[in-house]
Design a binder for this molecule. Sequence first.
Ligand code: UD1
Length: 426
Amino acid sequence: MGAYRVCGGKKISGELTIGGGKNAILPILASVILNSGVSVLHNCPRIADTFTSIEILETIGCKVAMEGNTLIIDSSGADKCEIPEKLVGKMRSSIIFMGGVLGRFRTVKISYPGGCELGLRPINYHLKALTQLGAEITDEHGFIIAKADKLRGTKINLDFPSVGATENTMLAAVFAEGETMIVNAAKEPEIADLQNFLNACGAKIKGAGTDAITIRGVPRLHGAEYTIMPDRIAAGTFLAAAAVTGGSVTLRNVMAEHLYPITSKLTETGCGIQTRPGIVSLTSPGKLRALDRLRTCPHPGFPTDMQPQMTALLCTANGTSIVEETMFESRNRHVNELMRMGADIILAESGRTAIIKGVKKLKGSTVSSKDLRGGAALILAGLAAEGTTTVTNSEHVERGYERIEHALTQLGADVVHLCSESHLGE
Ligand code: UD1
C-alpha cells in the first residue's frame, strides 16, 4: 500500500503537458480486438488501468509492447473469448471488452463486475443493447455468457446515456449486419475518440459526440495508428490544484471545449481562465467564492469524475456551496476524510448532496483514499492545508493519474509518493 505525503501551503505555478485520457484509452484498447492487424497507439497514459487492459489483451491472445507512451498491439493471434475474473475485479470497466470480444468471436464469457467503491453499478443497459443486436445472454454462476450466431443492426434506445453501454454497443455493432442506430447515446468526448479510432481501422460510424450514433456494419477492420485524446479530468484536477492554492497554471495538449463544463464552474469561483488552441490557463484570485449549486450530469453537464476535486476546493471558499452528486450513490466517501482535515460539510439526501461551509484553512492530517477521484481530492485538500497531509491507499489514484506527484512537484508543490508499488516501469 502506497501513500502520498503532501506538504501544504505552496502555490501551484507553471506549465504542464496533459497526457492521454484514461476514459479514452480503455474503450480503445477494448476495441483493438475487433481488428486482426497491428494498432499503434500514441499518448497512452502509463496508469494502472492501462496495464490491467494490457493484461486482458494478452490473456485473449494479443501481443502487446509498450515504448514510453506508445502501445503496439498485434491482435492477429487473438483466440480466447474469456475475460478472467481477477482482471474484471481489478477494473470494473473491463466490461467494455464484452462488446469487442462478442463482435469478433460471436461469443464471450466475462464475470459479473458487481458493485465497486462508487456503489452499485449495474450493467443492465449493456446487456439489453447487446440482446437487441441479437446476442443471447445467460448468467451462469456469476459469469455472463453472450453468444450470437449473427449480430443484426437495429435501433437501440438507451434508457440512460450510459458511457459504457454506448461504447459496448458501438463495439458489438461494428460487424453487425446492416445499420445500428444508438438513440439517447452518451455524448462524452471519449466516445468520439473511440469512433475516430474505429473509423481509422475501417469502421463506418458517425454521430459520436451527439445523442444519435449510427454504425454501418463492415466485414472486417484493419490496424491503425492513432493518438489518444487528452485527459480532460486530469486537466481539470490540475486546474483545481492551481485554484485551491491561490496559484496559476498553463496546461498544454488540452481541448478547451471539452473542459468548458469544468472551467465555467472555476470561473464562477472567481478564477480567471484563458484559452488558446490546445492551451488553457488558470489564475486563482486567492480566496475563492462558494458555488450556489454544482450538480453532476452526463456530458456536457458537470462531470462526476471532477466532483470530489471541486468539493475539496470549495472547503476553503468564501460562503456555503451545495454540491449534488447524481451519478454514483457512494461517490462522497472522501467527505468524511475532508472533515478530518477541518472541513465543515453536511451530507444530505442519503449522502448524495454535500453542503459545504467554507472554512479559513484546512489542517494537515492522515486521510485515506477510498477511490480514484476521492484520492485526488484529498491530495488537493493537502496542497491547500496547513502542515503535512498523508493520503494513504495511493493505488486508487495510480489507477487514473500518471505519476501525479511528479506533475505536481513540477508545478512547485511538495508531494512525495511513499513506498510505491505502482506498475510504472513494468
Ligand atoms: C464512465 C467512466 C467513469 C465516469 C462515468 C460517468 C470509463 C472507463 N468510465 O463509467 O469514469 O464516472 O462514465 O461519466 O469511461 N448505469 C446503470 N445501468 C447500466 C449502466 C450504467 O444503471 O447498464 C448507471 C450507473 O450505475 C451510473 C450511471 O448509469 O449511475 C452512469 O454510468 P455510465 O455512464 O455507464 O458510467 P461508466 O461507463 O461505468
